[in-house]
Design a protein around this ligand. Structure first.
Ligand SMILES: NC(=O)c1ccc[n+]([C@@H]2O[C@H](COP(=O)([O-])OP(=O)(O)OC[C@H]3O[C@@H](n4cnc5c(N)ncnc54)[C@H](O)[C@@H]3O)[C@@H](O)[C@H]2O)c1
Length: 683
């Protein structure tokens, strides 16, 4: 039987090698947001298992000290985070040359991880939560240290394998293989549900990566400002009759949430020149956005919020207002006082509705935190009651002409789960969708994803602001604003990006682009790295995109051939990106919509200036996007068919997309109608 001495001798990388002595317990910096205690529901036997699981990272000499400490964390926080191993003070994504490593990729990923845990960037940095209430970089601080050590060791002949935050180890591969392969919370089908996921998280065997948290590609709320700007502009054009070359001047947008992603809403509306009121129950988040300048004013009563908004609407001046309170109180006031809201959505964390993502009406944020800690029974009913009320109010506003859309947070699904089956199109289940459209069904899907436009992004790893400005300029030269209205919007976005001061954390930029637009920009950047004009660059995207995400309540909500419940596309995208040599590939369960509701993948590509990377760009980036366009074309999405026809022409001899023959609707209805009549008449 092996013992712990043999174990330690057999490993070059382990915590006993990283730390000579057990680190001191860290002081928690005051004012830094902390994750609510997650409900503890393990049995005695399972708790023993959780403890043994966490102690797997710990050399035996420290077990006696850490076992009671971990036990206390599990009981009081619902998880073992291993706080003692959190490095003291702030963590920041530093310039790449300040990191150790045997290859540029190993150092680049350390920049990205540290950026995801920055106090200014992360939602609950002590609990390794980057955004979206539950989206973590990894499960605990022991993993953090091991991952970083592995990344320091990693060579161009190895791949680091990450299983739900756990670094499984380094395995031999080749220069052309990914340096890191990540999966998060991929659960076996019959266990793929909330209860088993909670149990697995508490046991320390699952990590919820959301999208870019567990894929180490988060760049702060800027990532979503651009998407929100696109969504709201297009909502205005499609639903309010605003012409393609005009903006949201004079229009009112109402929503909730000033957290990780939702915090972008105010800024996006201001850039689009509109007026926003955003409800938020947690004052600390309002404060962050006020300090950042992304919210201009905070008010505590709905009357004041709507008055201020109206003044600005009348003058056609933009403003982002935070309402400190529950969104249901805010829109209840609008209903009772017949206030006209043009665009309405919700950005609370409904993907984790019972885990703290959605605050019930009638209690404060602190009271909800207490209730979360003490147990779920009454709390769940309060949430369900609020969701039902929320829905009724939205219905009234929609009847009066407000355009309401689900903003990718699983709000409609949460209302359905709260017992409202009339929210489903078929009146019983979500299989045919909901009575309100999601923003992907109505806007992002047909207008952006179906063409291949998606959230391409880059991080200047030198940490040098001039590099960012140089890349902005170079990317602008690659866009023809006269080609389509999407290109005009993206060009305008980039032109003002520096002025809009969007950077939080590393020097990063997001820019919606289609497949070949992304390729052109990537090749240009790699050439600039090669010529020494800029330092190395990390390319990536979030998962809110054309090809990487199967998510029937969001990214693939406008896939109507029945395949919206399949996860083939995301899996192919992940495998295809690995085969084509992306530096990092990631696949997660849950995305922004919650466990079991999506499978989503991401990538990272480090531009080192080499010709090898030129080849990866030319093969992997078109695949990453066009796999998604091809699938959308096969689902008979018109804009994807058009895009694929052009692609087949342009890429003759290299790529070839299968296109659908379109059946005549009347012919099909006639044949099916007759057949059903026959079946019925036979009884
Ligand atoms: N639209 C998109 O493109 C997109 C992208 C990523 C994520 N999301 C989804 O959007 C949601 C929000 O993401 P996030 O990162 O901002 O999450 P977050 O948890 O950081 O922020 C949500 C905010 O809502 C507030 N809140 C909760 N209940 C409230 C209530 N009843 N009234 C007012 N405020 C309330 C919370 O205090 C919190 O600050 C998530 O479900 C996420 O998955 C959407």
């Amino acid at each position: 039987m092996t013992n712990n001495i043999d174990m330690s001798a057999a490993m070059k990388i382990h915590l006993g090698e990283i730390f000579d002595d057990l680190p001191e317990k860290p002081e928690f910096v005051k004012g830094i947001r902390r994750a609510p205690a997650r409900h503890f529901a393990l049995t005695q036997k399972e708790t023993e298992l959780a403890l043994k699981n966490a102690l797997r990272y710990i050399p035996e000499k420290w077990h006696q000290t850490l076992a009671p400490e971990f036990m206390e964390e599990l009981l009081s926080r619902g998880r073992i985070y291993g706080y003692r191993f959190r490095p003291p003070g702030p963590i920041t994504g530093r310039p790449i040359d300040q990191y150790k490593g045997n290859c540029i990729e190993g150092r680049a990923f350390q920049v990205m991880i540290d950026n995801n845990l920055d106090f200014d960037v992360a939602l609950y940095p002590y609990e390794l939560v980057t955004y979206g209430e539950t989206g973590q970089v990894c499960q605990n601080w022991m993993q953090y240290w091991l991952i970083k050590r592995y990344l320091e060791e990693l060579t161009r002949d190895q791949t680091l394998v990450m299983a739900s935050g756990h670094p499984l180890g380094l395995f031999a591969s080749s220069e052309h293989a990914p340096r890191v392969i990540i999966t998060n919370a991929l659960m076996v089908g019959c266990f793929d549900d909330q209860n088993n996921w909670h149990r697995a998280m508490a046991l320390g065997v699952a990590n919820y990566g959301q999208m870019t948290a567990g894929g180490w590609m988060y760049i702060g709320p800027q990532g979503i400002v651009h998407g929100t700007y696109n969504t709201l502009l297009n909502a205005g054009r499609a639903k309010l009759g605003i012409p393609a070359d005009k903006d949201l001047a004079g229009y009112l947008f109402v929503s909730s949430g000033l957290g990780g992603m939702s915090g972008a809403q105010g800024k996006a509306v201001e850039i689009a020149n509109g007026v926003a009121i955003i409800a938020e129950v947690d004052y600390s988040r309002i404060k962050t956005r006020l300090e950042q300048g992304w919210i201009k004013k905070a008010v505590e009563n709905p009357a004041e919020a709507f008055k201020l908004a109206l003044e600005h609407q009348q003058k056609k001046k933009s403003i982002a207002i935070a309402f400190y309170g529950n969104v249901v109180d805010l829109i209840e006031y609008a209903v009772n006082n017949h206030i006209n809201i043009d665009l309405l959505t919700d950005q609370t964390s409904c993907h984790a509705v019972y885990e703290g993502g959605y605050c019930p009406q009638g209690i404060s944020f602190d009271e909800r935190t207490e209730l979360l800690k003490s147990g779920h029974s009454g709390f769940k009913e309060m949430i369900d009651t609020t969701l039902r009320r929320h829905y009724e109010l939205i219905k009234t506003l929609a009847d009066r002409g407000t355009y309401f859309f689900d903003y990718g947070n699983s709000f409609l699904k949460a209302v359905y789960d709260a017992g409202v089956s009339e929210i489903c199109k078929n009146g019983k289940d979500p299989l045919e969708g909901f009575i309100f459209q999601s923003y992907v069904e109505d806007l992002m899907g047909p207008l952006l994803f179906d063409y291949g436009y998606g959230p391409f992004r880059w991080v200047c790893l030198s940490g040098n602001e001039d590099d960012l400005f140089r890349t902005d300029k170079a990317a602008m030269e690659c866009i023809d604003p006269g080609r389509r209205f999407q290109d005009r919007d993206n060009y305008a976005w980039l032109k003002d990006a520096a002025k809009n001061k969007l950077v939080v954390g590393t020097k990063a930029r997001i820019l919606y682009q289609d497949a070949l637009g992304r390729v052109a920009i990537a090749l240009k950047f790699n050439e600039m790295v090669r010529n020494g004009d800029i330092g190395p660059v990390m390319l990536g995207r979030d998962h809110h995109d054309t090809g990487g995400t199967d998510s029937p309540f969001r990214e693939t909500a406008n896939i109507k051939d029945g395949s919206n419940i399949m996860a083939d596309m995301a899996t192919h995208c992940f495998a295809g990106n690995a085969a084509r040599g992306m530096s990092l590939v990631a696949l997660h369960n849950g995305g922004g919509v919650g466990i079991g509701n999506a499978i989503n993948g991401g990538f990272g590509l480090v531009l080192d200036g080499s010709e090898r990377i030129d080849a990866v760009i030319k093969q992997a980036i078109p695949w990453d996007v066009m796999g998604g366009v091809a699938r959308r074309a096969w689902a008979r999405n018109e804009n994807s068919i058009e895009t694929s026809i052009k692609y087949n022409e342009m890429r003759q001899g290299s790529d070839h997309i299968t296109l659908p023959f379109i059946a005549n609707d009347e012919m099909v209805e006639d044949i099916v109608g007759k057949a059903f009549k026959k079946v019925k008449s036979k009884g």
